[in-house]
Ligand binder design. Structure first.
Ligand code: NAD
Length: 332
């Protein structure tokens, strides 16, 4: 089957790492046609809009979209292309696996957890105002609909991946109404999944435990802000943002992207590490049911990193992007 995929090159190193990921995906034998869409500073310069309607339409129409990092130009209406993209397309689930990669220096050898973050509400609802001079207020929205939806996503992910447990991370001891509702919704959805264990954990204690004993966790589900913070913490457990993939998923729409930014300091030099975007491509292939090519690419990336001979500068090597890509394709 030929997949109808979209790609957003984005800004800075975006075009370089997206091209690298597509080259590897094509070498894996996946049949796809790619439509190029535009977002970020490049789109603003070209079309006067950092997130043109045609891009939203293209993402909706595609089976899935691979996205490079985008820079948000100052003073152009909204704070972040990424937040706008997630909200306009209702990409309600942010999915961030953190798995130890042998060959990359990190504190632990056996981390394998998934952070599922609610992507549309919480403190990121964009409801902020100045009450009086010197006093501002940000509203933290938690709804039953969004909480049950993200809980169901977490349990379905756990079931699909044959995971044991889902942990609801919250602060319901203090935020009794909002996080009380979130916890209650997770508990209700848990009853639909008797094959998956369910427990809950207070966010501050979770942060400490994740650092002390990350092996304890399996799938964690939480609201937007806690998810933003703990998903970066989870990346730190396995070697940092340079190797961390992510997915933003809605109903029938999905955007896959690295969690790092546009790296303006190295853009255009051909030395960016494409690993995070290649692994985001692996998540995309799994989402599409292309398990064979996904396994092959993940294994190839892991072998190249473990061998340590063709690493990019950020991982302490001397290879450029093209050499890394060639090494991965050589392993396929
Ligand atoms: P950054 O991730 O771009 O860079 C931080 C450091 O990590 C830099 O030294 C950079 O060279 C290095 N780095 C990042 N990715 C790398 C890679 N693949 N290979 C090698 N080195 C890499 O973070 P920043 O400097 O805070 O942000 C720069 C821009 O990116 C900002 O405009 C920000 O808004 C944007 N941003 C976009 C996204 C996104 O689109 N998903 C995410 C984060 C930041």
């Amino acid at each position: 089957m030929t997949r109808q995929l979209a790609m957003i090159p984005g800004d800075g190193i975006g075009p370089e790492v997206v091209a690298a990921a597509i080259e590897i995906i094509e070498a894996s034998g996946v049949k796809a046609t790619w439509t190029e869409l535009h977002a970020g500073r490049a789109a603003h310069e070209k079309f006067g809009d950092p997130l043109p309607e045609a891009t939203l339409e293209g993402v909706r129409a595609a089976d899935a979209t691979l996205k490079g990092p985008t820079a948000t130009a100052k003073g152009i209406g909204f704070r972040s292309v990424n937040v706008a993209l997630r909200q306009k397309l209702v990409l309600y689930a942010n999915y961030r696996p953190a798995k130890t990669m042998p060959g990359i220096l990190s504190r632990y050898e056996d981390v394998d957890l998934i952070v599922v973050r609610e992507n549309t509400e919480g403190l990121y609802s964009g409801l902020e105002h100045e009450v009086v001079d010197g006093v501002v207020e940000s509203l933290r929205i938690i709804s039953r609909k969004a909480s049950e939806r993200i809980a169901r996503f977490a349990f379905e992910t756990a079931r699909k991946q044959k995971r044991k447990r889902v942990t609801c991370v919250h602060k319901a001891n203090i935020l009794k109404l909002s996080d009380g509702l979130f916890l209650e919704c997770c508990g209700r959805v848990a009853k639909e999944f008797p094959d998956i264990e369910f427990n809950d954990s207070i966010v501050d204690a979770t942060a400490m435990q994740m650092v002390r004993n990350p092996q304890e966790y399996d799938v964690l589900v939480m609201e937007n802000l806690f998810g933003d913070i703990l998903s970066d913490l989870s990346s730190g457990l396995v070697g940092g943002l340079g190797v961390t993939p992510s997915a933003n998923i809605g109903d029938g729409i999905a955007v896959f992207e690295a969690v790092h930014g546009t790296a303006p300091d190295i853009a255009g030099k051909g030395i960016a590490n494409p690993t995070a975007l290649v692994l985001s491509g692996v998540l995309m292939l799994r989402y599409l049911g292309e398990e064979g090519p996904a396994d092959a690419i993940e294994q190839a990336v892991r072998s190249v990193i473990l061998a340590g001979e063709t690493l990019t500068g950020d991982l302490g090597g001397k290879a450029d992007t093209a050499q890394f890509v060639a090494a991965v394709i050589g392993q396929l």
